[in-house]
Design a protein around this ligand. Structure first.
Ligand SMILES: Cc1cc2nc3c(=O)[nH]c(=O)nc-3n(C[C@H](O)[C@H](O)[C@H](O)COP(=O)(O)OP(=O)(O)OC[C@H]3O[C@@H](n4cnc5c(N)ncnc54)[C@H](O)[C@@H]3O)c2cc1C
Length: 426
């Protein structure tokens, strides 16, 4: 059986952060990074906005501000990002403060989907040059944690330490793995919301601040703003019984495609399930299935003008005088979001939209489109044995899939934290 000092499952930012740190500080160690996809590096492919300010991307149950700051400095030193300029924040900040909204000032870099792909190529070449083995198109299947053997679809691998970083898409895999290995976990938090798409002239703040982060009451926030050549996309999820549902998302090209004059961003509400404790993923799946049912197997889109009048949208709602731009996800079904979003979620989202329209007037133009659902699953919260995300001796669980991050830089930082634990022999 092949043996490696460290096997890393997942070549997203969390896996890469761990790999580069281990290679830098213990160059002689044998490291294998494997990924089920033929092309590596997980979520770095998607728009690739990198945030370097607490608390963006850092779940507060497992990071302190001081920890995040010291790890972010290391991530920044490695990735050497170009931080974007920001303007006029005092104007927006003052307006926001008056109505109980916070505008966070974030150090941010933006590579775009095309720039992210270039970064991945450079990182993969660097990984190989440093002597790591990279196996793409190899899915990890199961684990014998006491024997320290990982089974993939191609072979059995013995390891000294295993870092599992399968991202949000790897929830079910991680769940099964934790159950198999006897790692306790909770999964009771989920973000549910809308993706908003509008003309840049109706959300001009993006000219001053690429990805403005607003925090509203009721745990509601803006997230992942894209502009320039910006598009809404659909992600496909499959439940344990093969049932399909979809979440929307957004991305932008950095300059290789012509600008379309549109902006999209998510408006998300965090839902924490408490008593009786239910699974956030099961809840999210149920909401996703409900939307897919009402949308004929697709996400739903509704113009703000129709929503305000309490009317569903129809195909015809997407043409004519006030409705003067085409949705960038035309396959979404025009419909009635109010029929599928829970009332408490929808009230918080709409109230946040109205506040945002006060800070950046124009957002609630009738032509603005709301797509539903946008769901963020990152809530497998394993019970860790130490501060390095060790779940069992020799087993580290990191990144978005393990609930230790919600973004690229935090995922990278989580990988570093696990590498620190391995190097310290934790
Ligand atoms: C459309 C979209 C846009 C986004 N935009 C941004 C953004 O602009 N800025 C930002 O900070 N964050 C963004 N995110 C979130 C960001 O991508 C994630 O926070 C980040 O990638 C998490 O890193 P990770 O390493 O934990 O997981 P991932 O990046 O998801 O990587 C996990 C890897 O593990 C692999 N894997 C999973 N299961 C297995 C298995 N069983 N065997 C082998 N390999 C496996 C996957 O193929 C994947 O390559 C976006 C996400 C999406 C979906």
């Amino acid at each position: 059986m092949e043996r490696y000092d460290v096997v890393i499952v997942g070549s997203g930012p969390a896996g890469l952060g761990a790999a580069f740190e281990l290679l830098a500080r213990r160059p002689a160690s044998s490291i294998l990074v494997l990924d089920k996809n033929e092309f590596s590096s997980g979520g770095l492919r998607n728009d690739c906005k990198m945030n370097f300010t607490w608390p963006i991307g850092f779940p507060e149950h497992c990071w302190t501000e001081a920890q995040a700051a010291s790890y972010l400095a290391r991530v920044e030193a490695f990735l050497e990002p170009s931080i974007l300029p920001k303007r006029n924040l005092d104007v927006y900040g003052r307006r926001a403060e008056k109505i109980g909204v916070r505008l966070l000032e974030i150090r941010q870099a933006h590579l775009g989907t095309d720039g992210g792909l270039e970064l991945i190529k450079r990182l993969v070449a660097r990984l190989a040059a440093l002597g790591a083995a990279l196996s793409l198109g190899e899915r990890a299947l199961s684990l014998d944690a006491s024997a320290r053997v990982l089974t993939t679809e191609k072979r059995e691998l013995a390891y000294g330490n295993l870092v599992v970083a399968p991202g949000r898409g790897g929830f079910d895999f991680l769940r099964e793995l934790m159950t198999e290995a006897g790692v306790e976990y909770r999964d009771n938090v989920v973000d549910v919301g809308l993706r908003i798409e509008t003309r840049q002239e109706h959300y001009p703040i993006v000219r001053d601040y690429y990805d403005p982060k607003f925090l509203f009451p009721k745990k509601t926030r803006t997230f992942c703003t894209n502009s320039g050549a910006a598009h809404v996309v659909q992600e496909r999820y499959e439940g344990p019984e093969g049932e399909l549902w979809y979440s929307v998302n957004g991305h932008a090209w950095s300059g290789s495609r012509p600008a379309n004059g549109l902006v999209n961003f998510a408006m998300l509400k965090t839902v924490t399930l408490t008593e009786p404790l239910a699974s956030g993923q099961d809840y999210a799946r149920m909401l996703g299935r409900q939307a897919a049912l009402l949308g004929g197997g697709k996400p739903i889109m509704q113009r703000v003008g129709d929503f305000r009048l309490g009317k569903r949208s129809f195909r015809e709602s997407f043409s004519g005088d006030l409705y003067d731009f085409e949705p960038t996800l035309p396959s979404a079904t025009p419909g009635d979001i109010g029929l599928c979003a829970p009332a408490k979620v929808m009230r918080a989202l709409w109230s946040a939209m109205k506040s945002l329209d006060t800070v950046v007037p124009g957002l609630l133009h009738p032509s603005t489109i709301m797509y539903y659902p946008e769901i963020k699953l990152y809530a497998n919260r394993p019970a860790f044995q130490d501060e390095h995300f060790r779940a069992l001796p020799g087993l580290y669980l990191v990144g978005d899939g393990a609930g230790t991050s919600r973004g690229i830089t935090a995922a990278w930082a989580a990988g570093l934290r696990a590498a620190d634990g391995i190097l310290a022999g934790s």
